[in-house]
Write a protein that binds this ligand. Structure first.
Ligand code: DQA
Length: 148
């Protein structure tokens, strides 16, 4: 099983970016942890991070037929981009949405997600650990659906 891990804008700055909200774990450390979990689960992970929305959409398109699912933290595009959900839907990529912070406990403009309606599930508020929780949930859901 191949899972793409997409991170959106400003998430390359994890570690120095607003640590009181996002913690001090870097994106590289999150990816290393996911790599270890991926090895345990026997899956292949493909990591990418984008500060350009069009490039992230192109990368989602490139998943068509070659990737089984995606773990997505779209950052601020979560709250603005129907285009990213449309891209995921267009290439029929099942996905889990993840956020470090609890977006529903923050400012009003962060309380709506354009991605959530199409997601298998959403994990938010558990900091860097949320990526591992979301990956485990996504893989379990995909394995279950391939058995049925
Ligand atoms: C975020 C929450 C978003 O509101 C914010 O714009 C981010 C990070 C999170 O992981 O908590 O960039 O997606």
């Amino acid at each position: 099983m191949r899972i793409a891990v997409f991170n959106g804008p400003n998430l390359n700055l994890l570690g120095i970016r607003e640590p009181a909200i996002y913690g001090t774990t870097t994106l590289g450390e999150i990816e290393a942890r996911l790599e270890a979990v991926g090895a345990e689960l026997g899956i292949t992970l493909l990591f990418s991070q984008f500060n350009d929305e069009g490039r992230m959409i192109d990368a989602i398109h490139n998943c068509y037929g070659v990737v089984d699912g995606a773990l997505v933290n779209a950052g601020a595009w979560t709250h603005t981009s129907l285009a990213i959900r449309d891209a995921l839907t267009a290439v029929r990529l099942p996905y889990a949405e993840v956020h470090l912070s609890n977006i529903w406990g923050r400012e009003p403009e962060r309380r709506h997600s354009w991605l959530a309606p199409g997601a298998i599930g959403v994990i938010a508020g558990f900091g860097a650990d949320g990526y591992e929780l979301a990956l485990r949930g996504l893989v379990q859901a995909l394995r279950r659906s391939s058995e049925s």
